[in-house]
Ligand binder design. Structure first.
Ligand SMILES: Nc1ncnc2c1ncn2[C@@H]1O[C@H](COP(=O)(O)OP(=O)(O)OP(=O)(O)O)[C@@H](O)[C@H]1O
Ligand SMILES: [Mg+2]
Length: 400
């Protein structure tokens, strides 16, 4: 088994050790263990979920009842609330009878009952909602949160609620939902909260602008990029472990320019850095290349984009013509608003159409409005959330 060296890079479903995020994890752990409230804001693929994951592991080890959900994964607020009530009951119940008691006592307002599904071997909570409750699903969620708070208080065991892609809740429920949620969360003393969101613009509006329905919801923390200084040694070490194709561990050389090329092509987006590194590692391992050069990095990217051709095509196919033109302009060159207005004009789009298009692309997480300090173009620019999309587009349109 001399060949059994695993790819050290991680992305997608797998979880690896975190670079440069100790302080972020620490702040989340703090909030969750001390009934605090934290909102972690970061662009797509910058590492929010990984931080929540690491913090939850630590907090769970300290005996806190952790309930963690991805709001984006549910079809409705009601479904999310039901899953949270089920999770809380599973965590606090010591027997099936006890689960029934918990449902009736702590989620009484929702007509809750516990049942055991023998197929999935899971305890689940079902609600018998009134028509009024069905009309206002945010209330179902806040009743569940109150129930969790009371469960924690009654059992003398702190609880922690972690909601990833938190903005989905507000997008579904609107401003009134935001108010209601904020008030509920603020009243809790035994439950710590951590929220994460990749929609920075919406979160900023909700917390800081105008009527700001989420003002004071939580301490906000914005996630920065992981510095190249931290990434370089990890990449170098990781690629060296690819060794020679026959498993001899001479170590594959990676030149500095090659490593820099990976970071450039991935635009420092952590997911894309790991993804491309992983691809380079595979190429080295399989002997497709013998050392990491800039050319090898480019070839690995080309292979990745080719392998995910249909996924990218699907995203593209679901865009309107105006969205495609805008996305293409941004893919071609990260652009400030004013630049895009010129581009829009040239493409025959009215400025107002352009603004709507940008908002739609942003809501779909395809683009982000981010500060840039590269080269001479300081300021704020639109960029693609997934830098590889630009390479796919160039390939699809035959310009490479
Ligand atoms: N601290 C880190 N060190 C090294 N790699 C990281 C780190 N954080 C994230 N990554 C890389 O970025 C990928 C995306 O991380 P994660 O899913 O946590 O980000 P996210 O912000 O939740 O993304 P999304 O917006 O897609 O939900 C990880 O799978 C990993 O490849
Ligand atoms: Mg995530």
């Amino acid at each position: 088994m001399h060949n059994a060296v695993n790819n050290p890079f991680w992305y997608g479903e797998s979880v690896g050790s975190l670079l440069g995020r100790d302080a972020d994890v620490g702040v989340v752990v703090d909030a969750l263990t001390n009934a605090g409230r934290l909102l972690l804001m970061g662009w797509r693929h910058f590492g929010k979920t990984s931080i929540l994951h690491a913090a939850c592991a630590e907090v769970t080890a300290r005996g806190v009842a952790v309930l963690r959900y991805d709001a984006e994964a549910f079809e409705s607020l009601e479904a999310l609330a039901r899953e949270m009530a089920s999770g809380a009951t599973r965590t606090f119940a010591t027997s099936l009878d006890h689960a029934g008691d918990i449902a009736r006592r702590f989620f009484a307002l929702l007509g809750a009952g516990a049942s055991y599904d023998f197929t999935s071997q899971q305890l689940t909570i079902e609600f018998a909602l009134t028509a009024a409750q069905r009309q206002r699903p945010i209330t179902v969620l806040t009743v569940v949160l109150d129930g969790i708070e009371q469960l924690a208080a009654t059992h003398g065991r702190p609880a922690a609620v972690v909601l990833d892609e938190f903005h989905e809740i507000i997008l579904e429920g609107g401003d009134r939902a935001a108010h209601e949620l904020r008030a509920t969360v603020a009243s809790h003393r035994y439950t710590g909260y951590a929220f994460a969101s990749s929609n920075l613009r919406l979160m900023d509006e909700l917390m800081n602008r105008g009527s700001a329905p989420l003002q004071g919801l939580a301490d906000a923390r914005v996630l920065g990029a992981i510095s190249r200084h931290d990434f370089r040694p990890l990449i170098r070490r990781g690629l060296a472990s690819a060794g020679a194709p026959d498993g001899a561990s001479a170590g594959a050389p990676a030149d500095d320019a090659g490593i820099e090329e990976i970071l450039d092509l991935a635009e420092d987006v952590p997911r894309n850095v790991q993804w491309l590194c992983s691809g380079c590692w595979d190429d080295l391992r399989a002997g497709r290349t013998s050392s990491l050069t800039t050319t090898a990095a480019g070839a690995a990217l080309d292979r990745i984009v080719g392998e995910h051709y249909s996924q990218y095509m699907l995203v593209w196919a679901n865009l309107t013509s105006a969205q495609r033109r805008t996305l293409k302009a941004i893919a071609h060159e990260p652009s400030a608003d004013f630049r895009l207005t010129e581009v829009a004009g040239a493409a025959g789009l009215a400025p107002s159409t352009m603004q709507r298009t940008l908002a739609a692309l942003e809501d779909r997480s395809l683009i982000r409005y981010a500060a840039s300090d590269t080269g001479t173009q300081r300021g704020v620019q639109w960029r693609l959330s997934d830098p590889f999309f630009a390479h796919w587009l160039a390939r699809a349109q035959g310009t490479t």
